[in-house]
Write a protein that binds this ligand. Sequence first.
Ligand code: AMP
Ligand code: MG
Length: 318
Amino acid sequence: MGGLATVTLGAAYADRVEPVAAQVHDIFDRLERELSTYRSDSTVSLLAQKAGVAPIAVSDDAYRVLSLAHHFGELSEGAFDVTVAPLVKLWGFGRTPAPAGLPSEETIREQLRLVDYRRLVLGDRTAFLPLKGMAVDLGGIAKGYAVDRAFDFCRNAGIGDFLIDLSGNIRVSGRPQWGEDWQIGVRDPFDRSRILGKVALPSGMALATSGSYERFGEIAGQRYSHIINPRTGCPVTGTAGVTILCGDAATADGLSTSFFVVGLKGAGRLLQKAPPADVLIVPDKYPIEIWLTPGFAKAFIAIPELAKAVRILTPTSP
Ligand code: AMP
Ligand code: MG
């Protein structure tokens, strides 16, 4: 899935680490083969090849991820847009290397005509993109979905205490040891060597982060996030990092990308519409501010240097 995956089991399951890790690996591998933009034989690649030609048959997993992606498009009023692929490519954040300079306004406008999640047609286990040149990019949601599948597998296999982490998409069960919740550090988006603070994750909960320093591209010496604002066709500016705490990893993943696009300004409106979820947003400004919903604040302990940077985020603030 293009990233590091780790599975941590509670001490009581020490003898099961190897087979469980192998099976979780198989789950991620199978989903990657279907959902990756980088594989020419994936469902996602076939969907693009058949754009403007004919619908393709899709597996249950592909159908569910595409439906979820469409749902996050509606919820975020288009901030999350699964058809953003042509723009990701244009800005050089996909497989193709970064362009030497910035794309022209005209090319951005041209590619924007191919971006509209509402045009993705989902039928009875089929999917269709009506215009040649359209393509989907599941990079904003597939990892979370995959973590949920691995979570279900572990629970069904009778493992009570575990943590799954696929490139910052995390879900936990049980606890690392008696009396404790799983503790996850949220990285400082400006400084990879430190964390902003720690989150305590109760059993079953998920945490996803968007906009980590790993996912930035550089064009002409300027840093750009890998997340595109589908309204402008340009990389998002104004947001440095978003972390979502909620009940499943797919929702956490979809919401983290969505909140990254709408930023602190659009967060209140999205909070009103979003499913129950807690949000942490770090705007791209100095000095650092950490905006947290009240529920996030309860689970979060900032490092002492940043205690004064914490602000409370509600549907009507800031
Ligand atoms: P995440 O790290 O989950 O926020 O996902 C970032 C990835 O989502 C990018 O690398 C792209 O593959 C994809 N992406 C970029 N912009 C958008 C967008 N506006 N809506 C949905 N997916 C996007
Ligand atoms: Mg995401």
